[in-house]
Design a protein around this ligand. Sequence first.
Ligand code: SF4
Length: 335
Amino acid sequence: MKNIFDKCKFGDFELKSHIIRSGMWESQRDKVGFLTQDVFNRYEQIAKSGVGLINSELFCLDPRDRFAIYSTDMNYKGFFKDYQELTKLVHHYNVPILGQLAFFWYNDGLNQKIKPNDMSIKNIRHLQTDVIIAAKKLEFAGFDGIQINMGNNFYLSNFINPYFNQRTDYYGGNTFNRMRIVLEIIKVIKDNYKIHVNCKLNLNDGRKGGISFEESMEMCKLLEKYGADSIQLTSRTNTFSSDNGVHPFITYADKLSSELDIPVVLGGRLNDMDTINNILNTTNIEFFSMSKPFVAQPNFLEEWKANGHGKSICKGCNNCYSKKVSTCFVYGNGD
Ligand code: SF4
């Protein structure tokens, strides 16, 4: 029988478990933007809990981004000092950490909300360069890789989506062309830096004319072909329906895991050890991400490992997500 606390390989990483922590908002910063001690304490608790891999809270490219005040702007003056210290702390527990890049708007310097159809080739090169520089900065800050968030409702999820992208040039039209903006970024990063590239994307769009399950699977295969090291599945909304309490992504994630040679991470609605172990033993899915269970109790995996079973204390009230903080309102560490 496989167990979530079995050691395992994830690309080039040796993980202590099959559990991946998924980051959300970064809300604990002081008046000049530096991380507070609470952030370091939170990451240390997660890192020593038995987690396999950590994905950071959100990083954005621009202080004018829609969610910048709930994220970390990669250009604040304490970026390297704070994150070199934070990644060193996580590595002390032999846990790899990826920086999650998730920007809502693309800003060309004049136009803050430029839409995919209105991007000039110069704009596209500018955006690609910004992401590639962000990857270099993350590497210099000690991160083991970058998670490029092209899911949820972030900018790149719109650019690759036929619901928003009706371009008639090489960056629009068929699946490959809409993905070209990301595939080119990945190729440059993998050709020049020694970091892991994880791509986070929606398994479908849900809107008429948007990305279908079949197309997102094709997109994942393109990502693998062009150098992505792993895939994290997510969805555009958190209202994804399921039948009979079965995880709504399972069939898709099982099929994708069997068809790709790179790791695929199942996320969303996972909160008890028996269920996750059951999925691990009955499907091809090997990696599982959680976010809110770590918000409610950053070290909950210690109890799961010691007891051989466990269920997160998170009540699913969604306050942390909707109020855009990384602390819990139920268990006393909320703002
Ligand atoms: S605020 Fe609610 S959803 Fe968020 S971690 Fe706490 S209990 Fe869970």
